[in-house]
Design a protein around this ligand. Structure first.
Ligand code: ATP
Length: 302
């Protein structure tokens, strides 16, 4: 993440993620699940703009690209109060630093919500990262990651310098993965979203969970074909039972010349892995014509 200072504003981009592998190992006593997942940050991002104010309030305004969500039952609805992870991150950091400073935050949303792309978690990580500097708190990465894990399982990933990582525990134990090549994706977010909690509730952990090592080695060798053969997501089956749009997307992606395809996280977004940007753009044009949802082309950072 990089923070830019423009006049009185501090600007940071918060990337989305895709899961290339997700195995649910088992349910824990604290209610969370132990998982093993490979996450890739992509260049589809939200933008957060921070401005110091003279009041002691934390004020968040969300701005949506395209049509504004119709109401708080719309899948892309994002709250602006203390339920928003951006506000929670600011409150947590402010308490940690024993500050009373206020802040105005403008959040420009592009990452679809309730899509399995961790927009909220990424926004929270961006807020911790930016406010640590803006408020001159000087917390190091370990201290920020400790706060991140209190906000959500995926938040730590976005603070890590590696855009590709194996994430274990409930997602907060990270091991960076070095891949020689950029990964190119085409992504569709159908009309509806899915709640992460609901999908996990319907997921039965595998008695013999698969490991991610084979996929990781393929990514490290730059063997895209093998990596795609080893992609899997154990949340896809329960998500398909809860939402028929995912099955429809799977059938549509099967007709496309992509290297591999799968649902990300707890859905509902579905992605294809492509050889290059041209293949991703060509697939995107066909998916748009089929009218299956909002279509994005994205890549892992260079
Ligand atoms: P994950 O992959 O981590 O499960 P997701 O992509 O399925 O996440 P998010 O978009 O991160 O889901 O958020 C899910 C819900 O969290 C939203 O429907 C919204 O009500 C709430 N939320 C809180 N803060 C935010 C935020 N900053 N951006 C988006 N959603 C937020």
């Amino acid at each position: 993440m990089r923070l830019k200072h423009i006049d009185d504003n501090w600007v940071v981009h918060a990337p989305a993620k895709l899961n290339l592998f997700l195995e649910v190992i088992g349910k824990r006593a604290d209610g969370y699940h132990d998982i093993e997942t490979v996450m890739a940050a992509v260049d589809l991002h939200d933008t957060l703009v921070f401005r110091a104010t003279s009041s002691d309030e934390i004020v968040l305004r969300c701005h949506h690209s395209g049509s504004h969500p119709a109401g708080n039952s719309a899948p892309d609805f994002v709250p602006e109060g203390s339920e928003n992870l951006v506000v929670r991150a600011a409150e947590l950091l402010r308490a940690q630093g024993k500050l009373t400073s206020g802040i105005r935050i403008d959040l420009f949303k592009r990452i679809p919500a309730a899509a399995g792309m961790a927009g909220g978690s990424s926004n929270a990580a961006a807020s911790l990262f930016a406010l640590n500097q803006l408020w001159n708190l000087r917390l190091d990465l370990t201290e920020l990651q400790q706060l991140a894990s209190q906000l959500g399982s995926d938040v730590s990933f976005f603070l890590s310098p590696s855009p590709l990582a194996l994430c274990q525990g409930r997602g907060e134990i990270l091991r960076p993965i070095h891949s020689p090549a950029r990964l190119h994706f085409v992504i569709v977010r159908p009309e509806s979203g899915l709640s992460t909690a609901l999908v996990y509730k319907h997921c039965v952990p595998e008695p013999n969970p698969r490991g991610a090592e084979g996929l990781i080695q393929s990514l490290q060798r730059g063997d895209l074909k093998k990596a795609c053969e080893l992609m899997c997501n154990s949340l896809q089956r329960p998500a398909e039972l809860l939402n028929s749009e995912i099955h429809r997307l799977k059938a549509a992606f099967s007709k496309l010349p992509v290297c591999g395809h799968m649902m990300t996280g707890s859905g509902t977004a579905y992605f294809g892995v492509c050889q290059n940007r041209l293949q991703a753009m060509t697939a995107a044009a066909r998916l748009k014509a089929w009218g299956l949802g909002r279509v994005f082309v994205a890549a892992s950072p260079p």
